[in-house]
Write a protein that binds this ligand. Sequence first.
Ligand SMILES: Nc1ncnc2c1ncn2[C@@H]1O[C@H](COP(=O)(O)OP(=O)(O)OP(=O)(O)O)[C@@H](O)[C@H]1O
Ligand SMILES: [Mg+2]
Length: 246
Amino acid sequence: MTAPAPVLRVRNLVKEYGEGDARVRALRGVSLDVERGDYVAIMGASGSGKSTLMNILGCLDVPSSGTYLIDGADVGRLDEHQLAILRNRRVGFVFQSFNLIPRMSALANVELPLVYGGVGQAERRSRALAALDQVGLTDRVHHEPNQLSGGQQQRVAVARALVTAPALLLADEPTGNLDTASTRDVLEILDRLSESGRTIVLITHEDDVAAHAERVIRLVDGEIVEDRRQSPVDGLPPRAAASEPV
Ligand SMILES: Nc1ncnc2c1ncn2[C@@H]1O[C@H](COP(=O)(O)OP(=O)(O)OP(=O)(O)O)[C@@H](O)[C@H]1O
Ligand SMILES: [Mg+2]
């Protein structure tokens, strides 16, 4: 029997933007594997290449050279149609700026990836409701984004990312626009998802966010300079203890 393919297998990724004097090498040969169930934080200063890497991993952009496999599929060898399917079914995204569709309910936003995936209406509805339940928003399903707090909007975005049961959850600074309490809510949800076996790759430049992950990868100028495992902080304190003043 062969071992299951890692969720991500990345080899020598290089990304260059621009031409001539304006050329920027945003990634200079990045290699890494991410196994199923791993919770990885990618850290690095502004401009170190974090979003560039995430956009490539999420099939939103293509590398200048190098290879990467998602769930065993060699992304560079897929045609547009296969790539669209991979993006829709295997990867869930959470962005710093939520990226919800305005004037559509939370429920409709979460159903959207299933609409693109061709899932029928009844199943769409029940899966979207279950995803919203997972992020604690059953009482807000008919609210539109501008009727929700930032933290609630980000929880809708997490539900939308999860609703397709993706192999990989990618989050680029998911708490970057949130206050302390909402940050804690979102991190708690990610902790719970990690405990239930989801594979998560999160980008952050905050140490206390990265502390929730099991593995920390540090980028400097488009290169991995550190890749270490750590014991994540206990992200799920008893509710009573969490709300006590410190
Ligand atoms: N579309 C683009 N065209 C040209 N250069 C780009 C483009 N996108 C990113 N870059 C450059 O590539 C480098 C890496 O950018 P990237 O957005 O990946 O950084 P980052 O680590 O996500 O930073 P931040 O923490 O500020 O979000 C930077 O020098 C940036 O200026
Ligand atoms: Mg970025």
